[in-house]
Write a protein that binds this ligand. Sequence first.
Ligand code: URP
Ligand code: ZN
Ligand code: ZN
Length: 483
Amino acid sequence: NHYDLILRNADIATVGDRYRADIGVRDGRICAIAQQLDGSAAREIDAAGRLVTPGGVDGHCHFDQPTSDGSRFADDFFTGTRSAACGGTTTVLPFAAQQKGHSIQEAVDDYHRRAEGKAVIDYAFHLIVADATKDVTQRELPALIEKGYTSFKIYMTYDDLKLADRQIIEVLAVARKHGAMTMIHAENSDCIAWLTEQLLEAGLTAPRYHSSSRPMAVEREATHRAIALAELIDTPILIVHVSGREAVEQIHWARGRGLPIHAETCPQYLFLSAEDLGIDPDDPMHGARCICSPPPRDKGNQQFIWNGLSSGLFTIFSSDHAPFNMQGSDGKRVAGDDASFDRIPNGIPGVETRLPLLMSEGVMAGRIDIHRFVELTATNPARLYGLYPKKGTIAVGGDADFVVWDVFGEGEEKIIANDMLHHAADYTPYEGMKLRAWPGVTVSRGRVVWQDGVFSAAAGSGQFQPCLRPRTPNATNPLDKWI
Ligand code: URP
Ligand code: ZN
Ligand code: ZN
């Protein structure tokens, strides 16, 4: 009865349960959960009745991803995973991105080199398929799925990444045949190109016109098309970073038809709005800090996203952490201090604030219950991407990944400030927000990586996690459905 770690008096919440117990950890795994665990441990933590949830699984974040415009992501695998750990996340899934004209394997090898010796929590990779050649769909993807890369993102926009509908169909057919999950960035590329050209010709170049160049209809149309292509091939997809109520309506419509369409949303669509891209008279670039795609919408839209979280329309809640510095010449200002909106790197930081924002404004504010919180932030991403039940819940036999929460009464809230965060980005878009909860302790594979404001994990102590196939391969021809 000797453990490496015992967590005593935990108020454990999972998707299906809520109960008081002690958790015993050995060799990185949970090996006992009991009301009063007998035995001793090298280290004991008394949770004293505090809420304990599974370690967060962030199903969408970008660390040290190569770019094509000379910009650089502010976080590498060390600072990115450190930030995740301090915000209660114990598994991340960033993207190994194929470059057009190159193999995906090259991107995977390169990305392993970037992660190894740096990650402090466990990680798996999604693939980005940017060039769906016959060799990629017939040989590379099946081989990579076999090796534990079982999800891939494809883009309907961005010139260096986007796939034509025919290529999307080919990728969906691979996912069906081999039991993988396809994530789709749904925005209509030609609409954005035309609107951008019109805006620039009219001299409307400031950051806030980023959002005018990608209105909700652009996302709605692409979401509908992605759903139709998935229906054609008869395979599940996940629409990533759903931002607007019009795309939400499309997903609702698809679900009503019984189609297996999953959807993800992110903190920026709950807490930011198009106004945050507005002009600061002292710094025309100020709004660049909130430039991401799809863009945050009008304030009224935020309620639709909350409704989708509470109703079960959204399957997962991810950060889409894509950090670029506001200062210096390799971040948001890569094309200069007065660059037009279309030359400003897309993305905002948020890997550390994802869980505390949702716990505070979702659970503690009464908008979602604790079980839904766990499902959205840990269990469902682990299920969708083939990491469950090793990751994503609190269960005997699973990895010892959990968070002990600190909660603050009214008047004692924690105020978000960039200098308390552990990423390398020089700002947070959530500066000044008051939160009623923050992770007090994060345990990752049995190691206490964050406790009482102190981060302690060695670079390289996170492990690569090969993913299982999230679904059974389906060798039948999708044509059968249509004849
Ligand atoms: O603006 C965003 N979201 N940047 C990150 C890349 C992506 O499309 O998710
Ligand atoms: Zn995207
Ligand atoms: Zn992203």
